[in-house]
Design a protein around this ligand. Structure first.
Ligand SMILES: *[C@@H]1O[C@H](CO)[C@@H](O)[C@H](O)[C@H]1NC(C)=O
Ligand SMILES: *[C@@H]1O[C@H](CO)[C@@H](O)[C@H](O)[C@H]1NC(C)=O
Ligand SMILES: *[C@@H]1O[C@H](CO)[C@@H](O)[C@H](O)[C@H]1NC(C)=O
Ligand SMILES: *[C@@H]1O[C@H](CO)[C@@H](O)[C@H](O)[C@H]1NC(C)=O
Ligand SMILES: *[C@@H]1O[C@H](CO)[C@@H](O)[C@H](O)[C@H]1NC(C)=O
Ligand SMILES: *[C@@H]1O[C@H](CO)[C@@H](O)[C@H](O)[C@H]1NC(C)=O
Ligand SMILES: *[C@@H]1O[C@H](CO)[C@@H](O)[C@H](O)[C@H]1NC(C)=O
Ligand SMILES: *[C@@H]1O[C@H](CO)[C@@H](O)[C@H](O)[C@H]1NC(C)=O
Ligand SMILES: *[C@@H]1O[C@H](CO)[C@@H](O)[C@H](O)[C@H]1NC(C)=O
Ligand SMILES: *[C@@H]1O[C@H](CO)[C@@H](O)[C@H](O)[C@H]1NC(C)=O
Length: 422
């Protein structure tokens, strides 16, 4: 009995001792990525890999992390991409580029953790020069946190990232919180394609994130199940999105998404769903709740008819074409002001703009652009909005495409609440 207890204590002690912290080596002016890779390859289990406070590390090339088990990557120092655009492009365009500047692919109990010191722990992408040059060739995506089981992304701070920020494709049980993404241009240039979080995988919780960017704040892709997003701030980008799904006839699968308590400031969209004409599969049980919006052009926008204007005319609805089905979509408690003063959003580079909706008045709080026979139980309730100009709030909806009371009169006209909208 006593011996057993002693053995247990000993095992516990040795397991605790097996956890070590290793500091990433740094040499001024040199690329610190090879040293990081060597370190994390040597210590890929039960370890903290530490970027020290007081040091600015040069991440001059991309890294693909080995499969990790019980590893924390701790960023207390600053990290910098090359400031030189062509140096980054050479890496992204080169053979062996792993897909993102920081690529995780596989692992268990992996934590990516930034600093709570406001001066440190920033990852600087030097995006300003890219935006000013409208440079969109070989842009580096930021952090792929893919195929991780039991992961944490916390306290990360990204400064002027060039492209997408975090992706969690194929991961299970991930908690992403207290992260900050600032893709803000100091000039009139636009931070194109700086998506915040791309949610793929199962059982993912995103909360208390703060994002100022130029594309989706959240984007939920096919294969995503059980996704929760809450208590967050989105500014300047393209909203809380599902999709796009069903491109090229592919079969989409999205289930159980719950998005709530988010403040949307000067974004193009609030809640958004997008699937391609001619897609396939199902997105079901998706809720957006308690969304406050200020200066948002399209607070609620659903299209099952997305198509590439560059390729040709919009395909017609027909019996021979499949489409991505949607079911049980709820938009609840949307309160705010619709941007109906004249504007040209920064990502608009064509005439008409890619986001233009034919025949819209610009005062729509909800646009449901649905495909006949493929949308079930879509409802918008507790919607309370005004326009910036004080003109009446409108909606767009085609009653031949819905089968239930959607919470407002389904027509192209003024917003009139109905029974289901209360
Ligand atoms: C890592 O720690 C766990 C206990 O937390 C232990 O079971 C395992 O053997 C350790 N692995 C290595 C490679 O040290
Ligand atoms: C998971 O990693 C954390 C550090 O990030 C560590 O404290 C914890 O013990 C690990 N869990 C297991 C089950 O090893
Ligand atoms: C930028 O990088 C390119 C490609 O690596 C290199 O040829 C060029 O000399 C660099 N420019 C500066 C100013 O360092
Ligand atoms: C760390 O990087 C951020 C973003 O580039 C910068 O604002 C901050 O001053 C840097 N911290 C230090 C101590 O240099
Ligand atoms: C998703 O959540 C539901 C309800 O909590 C649970 O029954 C289901 O097992 C989860 N799905 C997966 C794939 O983990
Ligand atoms: C719908 O999703 C919620 C999470 O948002 C989950 O709790 C609930 O069980 C799901 N309902 C069904 C019928 O799958
Ligand atoms: C859609 O239908 C209209 C009128 O029936 C026709 O003129 C047009 O060519 C069709 N478009 C496509 C892409 O088939
Ligand atoms: C429609 O979906 C069915 C079942 O997934 C598939 O067999 C068929 O080929 C699809 N049709 C088109 C036009 O994509
Ligand atoms: C826009 O309105 C015009 C005139 O009412 C109509 O002919 C046209 O079909 C509408 N376009 C769309 C895409 O609804
Ligand atoms: C409503 O949808 C039906 C079916 O797709 C279509 O035939 C009709 O033209 C649409 N009406 C309007 C006003 O867009």
């Amino acid at each position: 009995m006593l011996l057993g207890l002693l053995l247990l204590l000993q095992v516990t002690a040795s397991a605790a001792l097996a956890w070590d912290t290793f500091v990433v080596p740094h040499a001024p002016g040199e690329n610190d990525t090879p040293g990081l890779l060597a370190l994390v390859t040597k210590h890929s289990t039960n370890a903290t890999i530490m970027f020290s406070k007081g040091v600015t590390y040069n991440m001059f090339t991309a890294i693909k992390f080995p499969v990790l088990s019980n590893v924390e990557i701790r960023i207390e120092g600053n990290l910098t991409y090359p400031a030189n655009i062509s140096a980054v492009q050479a890496v992204v365009g080169g053979s062996g580029f792993p897909g993102s500047w920081f690529t995780f692919s596989g692992g268990t109990n992996v934590t990516l953790r930034g600093s709570t010191d406001p001066r440190w722990g920033w990852v600087d992408g030097h995006g300003q020069a890219w935006w000013d040059a409208v440079q969109q060739v070989n842009r580096p995506h930021g952090w792929a946190f893919n195929h991780i089981t039991n992961g944490v992304i916390r306290d990360m701070k990204l400064w002027k990232p060039v492209a997408w920020n975090f992706a969690t494709s194929g991961s299970v049980n991930v908690h992403a919180f207290n992260n900050r993404i600032l893709a803000v241009s100091d000039t009139s240039s636009f931070p194109f394609n700086t998506d915040g979080f791309s949610a793929g995988g199962t059982n993912l919780l995103f909360e208390n994130n703060y994002i100022v960017n130029g594309d989706d704040c959240l984007t939920v892709g096919s294969g995503a199940h059980n996704i929760t997003w809450r208590n967050s701030y989105c500014e300047g980008g393209h909203g809380l999105s599902i999709g796009s799904l069903g491109k090229g006839g592919s079969v989409a699968d999205v289930q159980n998404v719950f998005i709530e308590k988010t403040f949307m400031k000067s974004t193009l969209y609030g809640a958004r769903f997008k699937s391609w004409t001619g897609g396939n599969g199902l997105a079901r049980n998706v809720t957006w709740k308690d969304i406050t919006f200020v200066d948002v052009a399209f607070p609620i926008y659903v299209t099952q008819n997305y198509w590439d204007q560059g390729i040709g005319p919009r395909p017609n609805a027909s019996d021979t074409l499949n489409n991505t089905h949607i079911a049980d979509f709820t938009f609840q408690n949307f309160v705010g002001t619709i941007r109906d003063k004249p504007y040209v959003e920064g990502s608009c580079v064509s005439d008409p703009c890619w986001y233009a909706v034919a025949n819209a008045t610009g005062r729509e709080v909800v646009i449901l652009d649905l495909y006949p026979g493929t949308a079930q139980s879509i409802v918008a309730k507790d919607v309370f909005s005004t326009t910036q100009t004080g003109r009446p709030v409108a909606v767009m909806c085609n009653s031949t495409t819905v089968t239930n009371d959607v919470g407002f009169r389904c027509w192209n006209g003024p917003f009139v609440r109905t029974r289901a909208g209360l």
